[in-house]
Design a protein around this ligand. Sequence first.
Ligand code: ADP
Length: 382
Amino acid sequence: MSATQLTGTDRRHAAEAPSGHEVTVRGARKRYGAVEALAGVDLDIEAGRFMVLLGPSGSGKSTLIRGIAGIERFDSGSIHFGAVPVSDGRRSLPAERRDLAMVFQDYALWPHLTVQQNVAYALRRRRIAAAAARIRVLETLERVGLAAKVDNYPNELSGGQQQRVALARALVGRPALLLFDEPLSNLDADLRERLRVEISTLTRESGATTLYITHDQAEAFALADEVGVLRNGRLEQRGAPEEIFRHPATPFVARFTGLAGSFTGHSVGDLGGYSRVRVGEHELLGKTTGTVSAGTAVDLLIRPTATTLHETRSDQNDVTTMAAIVIDVAYRGRGYEHVVECSAGRLAAVFDLRAWTRGTRCSITIDPDGCMVFPSGDGSQN
Ligand code: ADP
């Protein structure tokens, strides 16, 4: 099939795109013995949006997505798709009647079926004439770049190709909700990146609502219209990736979405949304979250993007600049990441386009907008 024909296919898909489910979860709770996997989660996903749930291992992501899929039941709480009650603790719509499809980390293909048969299997409950179904299966396999592999068996494919089959199988039925359970975790870096882009574009073209879970912050930010951060079975914050990065609601969210490091000190004065914080001999300026009065013990959490290295500056004892020494340098392709020891402590992932040699004495500036001040000891280490 030529590129022009593919464009035609794209248009057809867009025209036929179903409107996705609007998903509403209220008070979802689930216990496994002593473990509270979900501790009362409310989740809203607008129709057609791409939502990513981000959280460390054990935070309840799989339990939540499996409940929505109908593979597992919550102990209490409800799920609605639009106005349709899907589950309310007592009654539960079977998975196959929820108009959704799921892609798993381990592909979950039938080993005894060919690529084409695996994808066609997803259409068995849809009332589509055999010839039309066959065309749709081949078209979908074309879209995921597997037209040449239709008659192969899963064990004849690479991991990335197998996950593409799983993606085609999810898309072919044009469901109203697509669920992804860490689909890129088993793949190499290069392949992860390519398949991530395919998932992003193909699911958005399909018009379905998407819920995707991952423990990888970069993956979450790259894919999501909206990110929800889960911790210990609770949704700690939700918002656009930019919002979560710029205004993390808690120290946990800040840490989980990437820091150069953190310093402990105490506030010595509030300057309208910013605090001067004494860290050892030094004073630094950071952005205040909530109320931080003078004397409060605080943690300064510093984003890598807020840090800049300079030749030693004469003003290096003001509230945004410190003396520093380069401890380590790592080449990252786009540039270099440095570990530096400064008067307040150590910072990592300090980026520059050029490499600073180990042992160089320099200055580091910290942009107060990427330096977040939270009262100490509110669970940020967990
Ligand atoms: P995540 O997907 O974020 O890694 P899970 O939803 O898989 O988290 O698990 C949340 C918590 O529930 C974890 O402590 C996990 O050990 C526990 N858990 C999940 N499934 C089961 C199960 N079938 N039996 C017992 N404990 C479980």
